[in-house]
Structures are given as structure tokens and as C-alpha cells.
Design a binder for this molecule. Structure first.
Ligand SMILES: [Cu+2]
Length: 344
């Protein structure tokens, strides 16, 4: 598969080669004539070719030389134009492999950084991870001012303009590191508007995707003790109808280990509705949502129901687990009053 780097390298080399060839021919012919008609000091009137001062050249053999040089130039120039145009059409259209399994992502520029939205729901910021030797299709836009997304090493660049969507593609042949930069002066942070581009071997890329789409859910009661049974967990993508496959999943309590489950079978990230329903109404049902765009670890608190099962009551259960460090303040106060007494 020809990459953009290959195409532009070919164009450069062909232009360089032909330009050099034409240059060599023209300069050599000039030098040859300069030598041939050099001033030797003696005048040889017998030589018909010898130009004299003020005389227009007659063109000798019926304009054959003129025709030859014009003809050759035309052939070279026309074939260069046609060939280059064909190459640039390829750059426009992309390699004609099956776009179904090509990797697609949306890229949003903002002052000053880049967000990457993969079509499998993964989202990253200033960190683009892609597999080697596979066409990557990008659709670039901006959320604020004009930017321009480009990876010089990979010869790719696309406008990043609010309300406009610039589609293009590129291939990174080898695993490695590159840098994506902004190529449109956009403000004080412009020069720092860079993103890491990590090219991984395909297997490692698959692993990276799996790692991103790993969801851990832990259930605790109000005393932060793990809840180990008596519930069922249901997950459903908020836009489930828009996908070919059904993105709803249920897990019973015996799939949990000590109140926690790590789910890696879900291959489509995005916003998911989470429902934890109590089997024997011991707990209030939990309804929440999670943004599953990278490795996600969520803890939900199950509240004991007040005896009567009241299914219609809406619980907005917050998964705050960081209430622990609120009672350290009294200790700080004491230290401060100590300091005051030492002065005279
Ligand atoms: Cu910018």
C-alpha cells in the first residue's frame, strides 16, 4: 500500500531527476557550443555554421533542432503534469481498501490542544494512538478558532475550522513516535499545540484498545462495605439503536468477585446507562450513567431501602467515595494557635 510519504517522495525524486537531466543536457550543450565556437584567433570563413556578429541564426536544417527541443520539452512537461495529477488524485481518494474496517476518528482542535474521538467510542486528548501500516481516516474540525492539524513526518495536514469537516487519510508504515502540530497561528498557545502520535504494531494496538475499553464496577453499601450479592447490573449504550449490534449487557451478582466486576467484552465505548437493581428489594435501585471513553473504574453506593419497596422513587445516587478526608481540619487549627505564643 502506497503511503502519502511514498507518493510525495516519488514526486520529489521524479522532479529532481528530470530537472537534473534537463539541466545537464542544456548546460552540456551550451558548453559544447561555447567550446566549438571558441575564439581561436584565426578566422575560418569556410565553416558555414560559424555565426558572425549581428547576423541572425538561420536555423540550419529546417528547424529540426528547434522542433526536437520543443517536442522533448512538451513530452516531459505533459507527462509530468499527467503523472503528478494522478498521484495527487490518489492522495485525495486514499488507498482503495475496504473502508468498512478502516480506522476512523474525529479530531477536534481547540485553543490549545487536540481531542481524538475514535469510532469505537474511545476518546483521548493530545494523545493519538494508531496501528502501523493501516490507513487511518480522520475528520478534522475545530471548536473555537481556525487551526490546522498536521503530522509532518507522515505528510498529512487538514484544516481545523469551526463548522467545517476536513476528511483525509494517512498511513504510518512503521511503529514509532511522531508529533502532530497546529499549522495555523491561533493564539498565544499555538506553538505548544502539539499531540503525541504513537504508532504501535497491530497486535499492540489491539491490546491498547482493549485496555481503553475496560470497565470496572464496584458496589458498596453506605458503610463502604462491598455488596456481594442480591443484585443485577445492567448496562446499555445511550444510543443503542444507532449501532448494528445490541449494546446492552447484564451481569448477575455471581459474576462479581467480592462486589467488583471487570468487564472487557464491551468493544464500543461511549455513554452508558447503568442500572443496579436489587433482587429482593433489600437495596434501592441505582440508576446512573457513565462516560465510557477510556479505562473506567466506578464505584456505586447501594442504599438500604426503608423496608417498603418503592420502585417509583427516583434515586440519584452519587458515587462519591472521597468523603474520607473532611475531618482533618481540627488538627490544623491547633497547630496554628501554637505558633502565636512563641513571640515576646
Ligand atoms: Cu491552533
Amino acid at each position: 500500500m502506497q503511503t502519502r510519504v511514498d507518493v510525495f517522495e516519488d514526486i520529489f525524486l521524479v522532479f529532481l531527476g528530470l530537472g537534473t537531466l534537463v539541466g545537464v543536457v542544456v548546460i552540456a550543450y551550451t558548453l559544447y557550443n561555447a567550446y566549438k565556437y571558441r575564439d581561436t584567433g584565426e578566422v575560418d570563413d569556410d565553416d558555414d555554421d560559424l555565426p558572425t556578429l549581428g547576423e541572425l541564426p538561420t536555423g540550419g536544417k529546417g528547424g529540426k533542432k528547434l522542433f526536437l527541443s520543443f517536442g522533448l520539452s512538451a513530452i516531459i512537461v505533459i507527462s509530468l503534469v499527467v503523472w503528478t495529477y494522478g498521484m495527487l488524485l490518489y492522495v485525495e481518494d486514499g488507498p482503495d481498501n475496504n473502508p468498512e474496517d478502516a480506522i476512523e476518528m474525529d479530531i477536534e482542535g481547540w485553543a490549545f490542544g487536540w481531542d481524538f474521538y475514535y469510532d469505537n467510542g474511545i476518546e483521548t486528548t493530545n494523545d493519538m494512538v494508531i496501528p502501523a501500516d493501516e490507513p487511518i481516516w480522520i475528520e478534522v474540525t475545530s471548536t473555537d478558532v481556525w487551526h490546522s492539524f498536521g503530522i509532518s513526518d507522515l505528510r498529512v495536514k487538514a484544516d481545523s475550522i469551526p463548522g467545517e469537516y476536513d476528511d483525509t487519510w494517512f498511513i504510518a508504515e512503521e511503529p514509532g513516535e511522531h508529533v502532530a502540530e497546529c499549522f495555523e497561528l491561533c493564539g498565544t498557545g499555538h506553538s505548544g499545540m502539539v499531540a503525541d502520535v504513537t504508532v504501535l504494531p497491530p497486535e499492540e494496538y489491539e491490546q491498547w484498545v482493549d485496555d481503553q475499553l475496560t470497565l470496572t464496577i464496584t458496589l458498596e453499601d453506605e458503610n463502604e462495605q462491598r455488596v456481594t450479592d442480591g443484585f443485577e447490573l445492567a448496562l446499555e449504550h445511550e444510543e443503542n439503536e444507532e449501532f448494528d449490534e445490541d449494546l446492552s449487557f447484564t451481569y448477575s451478582d455471581d459474576e462479581f468477585e467480592n462486589g467488583s466486576i471487570t468487564i472487557d467484552e464491551i468493544e464500543q465505548g461511549g455513554p452508558y446507562d447503568v442500572t443496579v437493581s436489587s433482587i429482593d428489594d433489600e437495596f434501592e435501585d441505582v440508576e446512573d450513567s457513565i462516560d465510557f471513553t477510556g479505562p473506567t473504574d466506578e464505584t456505586f453506593t447501594l442504599e438500604l431501602s426503608d423496608g417498603e419497596a418503592d420502585d417509583d422513587e427516583e434515586n440519584e445516587t452519587d458515587d462519591d467515595t472521597d468523603d474520607e478526608d473532611t475531618d482533618d481540619e481540627s488538627a490544623d487549627d491547633e497547630e496554628q494557635s501554637d505558633d502565636g505564643g512563641d513571640d515576646e
